[in-house]
Design a protein around this ligand. Structure first.
Ligand SMILES: NC(=O)c1ccc[n+]([C@@H]2O[C@H](COP(=O)([O-])OP(=O)(O)OC[C@H]3O[C@@H](n4cnc5c(N)ncnc54)[C@H](OP(=O)(O)O)[C@@H]3O)[C@@H](O)[C@H]2O)c1
Length: 285
């Protein structure tokens, strides 16, 4: 029987980068998401895929069939992980899954309020070998969620004050996730992954200005201005609250921590903000 790597969130930011690398290595992968039309659009018939919903346990067995390892993400809208993610881990254990690489968040081990903390704890006791990739803020938030505000209003509209962030490029996370599947030293280990520099959003705006050749500002909105704008844009109340709280933490300097782990694991310097903006520049033009 073929042993595949199941990639949850295969149409999302990090899942699609992990898939790209594994497909390039000719590794058998199985893609999972709720919307299989999106998987088909992205991958055509080149991979095995399955309709999968963490919130529907009836989809678990089909997802886990012929799978020995999992790249696990928690979809951002799932808060109740005890109800929707941990039972999937239990089913994975029952079906003999050997290793789960979990995309976590920096500081998750010390912060009981983030859902990733509960997932990590559950994975540790599951008996399945685990790797926790505790990532800092993604650079790609600027090319996805904030893309249009930057593109059309030339503004980085984020309520982070003067707080610095040790941004990481998801391409670096994906490369490390793939290494974790093939190198046994990653098993039952956790890594805090950041970029090599901590920048505030004034500095980020300057990089955008330099690369794009037009003025991009950081308007440094207050938390309540941010909440109002997000409400107008139609974002869910709970989501807005989570985002505002995250940026409150950034204001306090909590996101500024830099580790050397990304460079050590990649054996090369992490992608910088300048490189990221250059590589993705077309999306804001
Ligand atoms: N953004 C950051 O700066 C940052 C930093 C560190 C950690 N993280 C963590 O990264 C995770 C998100 O990863 P991402 O940005 O790669 O995700 P993403 O781009 O938001 O994509 C989510 C993926 O999950 C799938 N999905 C959504 N709901 C699902 C469900 N109920 N069942 C099964 N699949 C579902 C989506 O496809 P369908 O909609 O078709 O199902 C999609 O493929 C979060 O846990 C977040 O906390 C984010």
């Amino acid at each position: 029987m073929e042993s595949k790597i199941l990639i949850t969130g295969i149409t999302g930011n990090v899942g699609s980068e992990v898939a790209k690398i594994l497909i390039g290595m000719d590794q058998p992968v199985k893609g999972a998401a709720r919307n299989i039309t999106n998987i088909e659009k992205q991958y055509g018939g080149s991979i095995d895929y399955v309709k999968f919903d963490f919130e529907d346990p009836n989809t678990y067995d089909a997802a886990l069939k012929d799978v020995s390892r999992i790249f696990l993400i928690r979809p951002p809208q799932i808060g109740d992980v005890k109800k929707y993610i941990n039972p999937f881990i239990d089913r994975a254990k029952m079906r003999g899954i050997k290793h789960i690489v979990f995309l976590s968040i920096i500081g998750a081990d010390k912060n009981p309020f983030v859902p990733h903390n509960k997932i990590e704890k559950h994975l540790k006791t599951s008996g399945i070998a685990y790797t926790f990739l505790r990532a800092s803020f993604f650079m790609q938030n600027l090319s996805t969620f904030y893309k249009d505000i930057i593109k059309y209003q030339n503004d980085i509209f984020i309520p982070a004050g003067k707080g610095k962030t040790s941004f990481i490029d998801i391409r670096d996370i994906a490369e490390i996730a793939v290494k974790a599947f093939f190198d046994s030293t990653y098993r039952n280990n956790a890594y805090s992954l950041t970029g090599s520099e901590a920048l505030d959003y004034f500095e980020v705006a300057n990089i955008f200005t330099d690369v794009l050749g037009r003025k991009i500002i950081y308007s440094n909105p207050s938390s309540s201005e941010y909440k109002t704008r997000m409400k107008i844009l139609g974002e869910e109340k709970e989501f807005i609250k989570v985002m505002a709280n995250l940026y409150f933490a950034v204001r306090l300097g909590i996101a500024a921590v830099i580790t050397d782990e990304t460079r050590k694991l990649l054996r090369k310097p992490p992608i910088t903000m300048m490189e990221f903006v250059r590589d993705y520049s077309n999306c804001w033009r």
